[in-house]
Design a binder for this molecule. Structure first.
Ligand code: NAP
Ligand code: GLV
Length: 308
């Protein structure tokens, strides 16, 4: 019984050390050097080539190396019935919530304006130095709720939106298609922390923006899958959005000629909002692997039909 890691574009040195630390007796192999494929019972994946999992006839568990599982589910030859688990980790929540707080602060304290003023040698003390922010978090799961709690603790008004209504102290929550429009009307900062599913593809589009308060600020730290880039740029240019803070893009790395590189009202980061810590992840994966071998319940199992 062995584990295979399939992550063609990742540097795996820290992962190998982390698996050894978690349990040095485990047989962990790195794709494509898999040895006898019938011995593999667990695949640990990030961006595995489509169809590559069909090589393992005794596969019993698939583990995403991150919080998202869209990269797993997009494989049209994903073996049927094999459970899929993902990473839920305090460290991931810590980094993501801090990223969201930073993005909100960037807008709230008008750092975009002061950056431009500095370039132009403008000393503008009279202008209001803060933007009033009512923050809506769309995708109010593990990461969204932690970001919401931190923003609430900083004194912001916070709203949550998810498929099923949540109950979080001091945060007004909305759910489902019926709740979306009312949710959008409450806010002037929209944070997207949705999973990438067929339902959420292109959800950050001009129809959604038209339903929001004029001048809402957009923060997307989830997936580029949610964004219609041209609609975002158009909405900023016509004032529907006041700007955007984006960590993720439909194509990554972001193509050199993409218009957001030059757009003064779009702040970008290269998909770094929250990076999996191999030590924490390997520990969880090994725990789930042993649970699978012992026939015990798995932690952080996703629902294939729901897509997250
Ligand atoms: P999660 O715990 O599964 O939360 C997802 C939330 O979205 C849930 O509240 C869910 O509602 C809601 N949701 C799903 N589909 C919806 C829809 N169609 N309409 C409204 N709400 C919907 O996931 P998470 O751990 O917070 O992670 C969220 C995403 O962040 C991941 O999927 C990943 O893509 C992204 N991520 C990005 C980075 C980065 O570095 N940029 C790092 C980690 C994760 P219910 O609770 O009602 O089911
Ligand atoms: C990162 O994007 C993740 O899904 O963990």
């Amino acid at each position: 019984m062995s584990i295979v890691i399939i992550a063609p574009n990742k540097d795996l040195s820290r992962w190998i050390t982390a698996f050894n630390k978690a349990d040095e007796s485990l047989d962990v192999r790195i794709w494509p050097e898999t040895g006898d494929q019938s011995e593999i019972t667990c695949a640990v994946v990030w961006g595995h080539p489509a169809g590559s999992l069909t090589a393992f006839p005794n596969l019993k568990l698939i583990c995403s190396m991150g919080a998202g599982v869209d990269h797993v589910l997009k494989d049209p030859e994903l073996p049927d019935g094999v459970p899929i688990v993902r990473i839920v980790d305090e460290g991931l929540s810590f980094s993501m919530s801090n990223y969201v707080v930073s993005a909100v602060m960037y807008h709230h304290r008008r750092f975009d304006k002061y950056l431009a003023d500095k370039k132009a040698h403008i000393w503008d003390q009279p202008s209001p130095p803060e933007v009033d922010c009512r923050i809506g978090i769309m995708g109010f799961g593990v990461l969204g709720q932690e970001a919401g709690r931190k923003l609430k603790a900083l004194g912001f008004e916070v709203f949550g939106y998810s498929n099923s209504r949540k109950s979080v102290d001091g945060i007004k929550c909305f759910a489902g298609e019926d709740g979306l429009s009312t949710f959008l009307k409450q806010i002037n900062v929209l944070v997207c922390l949705l999973p990438a599913t067929p339902e959420t593809k292109g959800i950050l589009n001009r129809r959604l923006f038209a339903d929001m308060n004029r001048g809402t600020y957009l923060i997307n730290a989830a997936r580029g899958h949610h964004q219609v880039a041209n609609d975002i740029i158009e909405a900023i240019d016509n004032g529907m959005l006041s700007g955007a803070f984006l960590d993720v893009f439909e194509n990554e790395p972001l193509p050199k000629d993409h218009p957001v590189w030059e757009h003064p009202k779009v702040f970008i980061t290269p998909h770094i909002a929250s990076i999996t810590n191999p030590d924490a992840a390997a520990y969880q994966i090994v725990a789930n692997y042993k649970a699978m071998l012992a026939g015990q319940p798995l932690k952080n199992k996703i629902d294939r039909d729901r897509g997250y």
